[in-house]
Design a protein around this ligand. Structure first.
Ligand code: NI
Length: 168
């Protein structure tokens, strides 16, 4: 297992649209294990392959307090979204230190495959619903700050640039 470097906004590679996963092999399972390790270490509640520069439709999520409820979603699709929407304060491992409110459907039903290729459906609500939608956006090349006003996005880009200069 290995920790993977996480791309930081506004890295243009975060805009890449991920391809479907077609091979459920040991390489894929090693990537899932590395992504899970990277997410827990960060620490975060979700990580999309896009964020670690693998452009495949794959995400890992664990919203449990005990951090022992890993969920792996490969080739996820949203089958249904509730009309009810909720506002939630979101953050992202690719935009460290930035949190802001995003409004999304409160509940979603997701169909995905696990790391062995088995298909499952899951009804998601609360933080899990928010997290699944946030991570699925990454697979389409979208970061949550793109839901914010242009002014806020400008400020965040400035903040991230300064952070980079400090780190260099
Ligand atoms: Ni994110």
């Amino acid at each position: 297992m290995a920790l993977l470097p996480i791309l930081e906004y506004p890295d243009p590679r975060l805009k890449t649209v991920a391809r479907p996963v077609t091979r459920f092999d040991d390489r894929l399972r090693a990537l899932v294990a590395d992504m899970a390790e990277t997410m827990y270490e960060a620490p975060g509640v979700g990580l999309a392959a896009t964020q670690v520069d693998f452009h495949e439709r794959l995400l890992v999520i664990d919203v449990s307090e005990s951090k022992d409820q890993l969920k792996v979603f490969i080739n996820p699709e949203i089958l249904w979204s509730s009309e009810e929407r909720v506002e939630c304060e979101e953050g992202c491992l690719s935009v460290p230190g930035v949190y802001d409110a995003v409004t999304r459907p409160a509940r979603v039903r997701v169909r995905a495959q696990d790391e062995h290729g088995a298909t499952f459906e899951l009804d998601c609500e609360g933080l899990l619903a928010v997290c699944v939608q946030h991570e699925m956006d990454h697979l389409l090349g979208k970061v949550f700050v793109e839901y914010l006003s242009p002014l806020k996005q400008d400020r965040i880009r400035t903040k991230m640039r300064k952070r980079k200069v400090k780190a260099a």
